[in-house]
Design a protein around this ligand. Structure first.
Ligand code: ADP
Ligand code: ADP
Length: 231
């Protein structure tokens, strides 16, 4: 994993009177899972999108390891960060396998390594490769699409995972399984994970630390699940 440092991070969307994210400073330690939990609209997605450089901060800094994200070369950024979102974000014109293979290919893995990895990732998220390898996203349920989204985020084995309500549409049994897989990745592979949810139980289960956010991502509490439950 790698440390993620947010320093005075602020985002103002054009035309909005208030910033969506206002002056957030936070350190996520290497190998740690931090869960951002808070009401809809409090700026969780905006924060993840800034870390992943999908949108530019209005001000403030983001560092991963000792590098400023703004200075990072795009391929290096893709190698560093896996990103899974609620709506899965799959490319509709690509099959399941092509979606999962995208980043490993981009960062230069060999054909045979990519092929094996796609199978491994489908197994990990509980989708039979024989059935799902060549399907197009529109022929999957919402939960299956999310699982492919998670497989794609993990495919190139990035040290950092950004996950934005990745299990929201997944059925409860599979969600439990995926949550356990995530805990395993966190313990065995020491990923640094920033996980967004509005589900407090999910936050308690997955977080080494939990940031309870109010409007504009103001941090109301930032502590271990144990400490948060006793306060
Ligand atoms: P959350 O992920 O916590 O639900 P978001 O980060 O999606 O919150 O949104 C935070 C605030 O910013 C909300 O008020 C939302 O309406 C606003 N917002 C999000 N994306 C945009 C955008 N592209 N343009 C303008 N406002 C936005
Ligand atoms: P999700 O959180 O799954 O991305 P949203 O409905 O929050 O779903 O956002 C869908 C898209 O619309 C995102 O690209 C987001 O940036 C944008 N968006 C969200 N809120 C606003 C807003 N108030 N004004 C303009 N665009 C927005």
């Amino acid at each position: 994993g790698a440390t993620i440092q947010l320093d005075g991070l602020t985002k103002r969307y054009p035309g909005s009177p208030n910033p969506a994210v206002d002056n957030v400073t936070m350190e996520i330690k290497a190998g740690e899972t931090v869960v951002l939990v808070g009401p809809s609209g409090c700026g969780k997605s905006t924060t993840l999108k800034m870390i992943n450089r999908l949108i530019e901060p209005s001000s403030g800094r983001i560092r991963i390891g000792d590098e400023d994200v703004t200075d990072m070369d795009p391929v290096k950024l893709r190698r560093q960060i896996g990103y899974a979102i609620q709506s899965s974000g799959l490319f509709p014109h690509m099959t399941v396998a092509e979606n999962i293979a995208l980043v490993p290919k981009m960062v230069g893995w060999s054909k045979s390594k990519v092929k094996d990895r796609v199978e491994e990732m489908l197994d990990l998220v509980g989708l039979d490769p024989r059935e799902f390898h060549d399907r197009y996203p529109r022929r999957l349920s919402g939960g299956q699409q999310q699982r492919v989204g998670v497989a794609r985020a993990l495919a190139a084995d990035p040290p950092v995972l950004l996950m934005d309500e990745p299990f929201g549409a997944v059925d409860p049994i599979t969600r439990d399984h995926l949550q356990d897989e995530l805990i395993r990745l966190q313990h065995e592979l020491h990923k640094t994970i920033v996980f967004v949810t509005h589900d407090f139980d999910e936050a308690i289960k997955l977080g080494d630390r939990i940031a309870v956010l109010r409007e504009r991502s103001h941090i109301a509490q930032f502590d271990t699940p144990e400490a948060i439950l006793t306060n």
